[in-house]
Design a protein around this ligand. Structure first.
Ligand code: AMP
Length: 257
């Protein structure tokens, strides 16, 4: 597995791959089984699998949240190699946002609701960094998790609106056996908070925004939002605060279970 830190490096590494299927799995690291399900899907469908590791400062509105985001590159590289990644793109912030950077992409409507309302500028940062990753790597297929259903909706819109020549695959949310969706942020939960956090999948399982909100509030979990979102498929989406950790999750409203 080769690790590239600059745009020039990764472009050079990908030069011989232009006639084969390139898959890209964008991540912010602290890799877990959710990320690995995306790598496995990419591995199954693509000749070359590129994983990006980049904690994107532009999508964090809170500097404390950015600084506290879990980072362990050494372990991530070992996990990625084991999972069969061919190329890792792990740029510095100044490689992605050089001095004078001032070009932003905004998916105006979908990006303004839910997460966008509670984290102003979040999806502008996501859309911009993803478009930049797409133009650097030029993947045929990109792999994202349905865990971030709004992110999928924003990026699908971006790809359609800008006529990008790539396909997006959205993969199901990987959960711990007790139902909690895997997230790099789970590392920050204490053991008692981890128990409290289970109120989130339980609330979503009602598939009813009012019952779900009541369940979360009675558990003592702070609710940023819990709403039906008209994505494809429609989901019941929520963001909650457990102690100082903010968790998001959603369930499809089209499944029977
Ligand atoms: P992140 O590193 O949190 O930015 O996530 C990178 C990618 O992994 C995104 O497409 C996420 O939606 C996806 N992802 C994160 N958690 C999960 C999960 N539990 N199951 C499936 N995909 C996930």
């Amino acid at each position: 597995m080769r690790v590239c830190r600059t745009i020039t490096d990764i472009r050079t590494a990908l030069e011989p791959c232009r006639d084969i299927t390139v898959g890209l799995v964008p991540t912010m690291g602290a890799l877990h089984a959710g990320h690995l399900s995306l790598v496995a899907a990419a591995r199954a469908e693509c000749s070359v699998v590129v994983l990006s590791l980049f904690v994107n400062p532009a999508q964090f509105s809170d500097p404390g949240d950015l600084n506290g985001y879990p980072r362990d590159e050494k372990s991530d590289l070992a996990i990625a190699a084991e999972a069969g990644v061919d190329l890792v793109f792990a740029p510095s912030a100044s490689e992605m946002y050089p001095p004078g950077f001032q070009t932003w992409v905004e998916v105006t409507e979908i990006g303004a609701r839910l997460e966008g309302e509670h984290r102003p500028g979040h999806f502008r940062g996501v859309a911009t960094v993803c478009l930049k990753l797409f133009t650097i790597v030029r993947p045929d297929i990109v792999f994202f998790g349905q865990k971030d259903a709004q992110q999928v909706a924003v990026l699908r819109r971006l790809i359609a609106d800008l006529a990008l020549d790539l396909e997006l695959r959205a993969l199901p949310t990987v959960r711990d056996p007790d139902g909690l969706a895997l997230s790099s942020r789970n590392e920050r939960l204490s053991s008692s908070e981890r128990v409290l956090a289970l109120a989130l999948p339980r609330a979503l399982a009602t598939r009813d925004p009012e019952r779900a909100r009541a369940l979360l509030e009675s558990a003592g979990v702070g609710v940023d939002y819990i709403e039906i979102a008209p994505f494809d498929p429609p989901v019941l989406a929520a963001a909650v605060r457990v102690g100082t950790t903010r968790l998001i999750d959603n369930v499809s409203l089209e499944e029977d279970s």
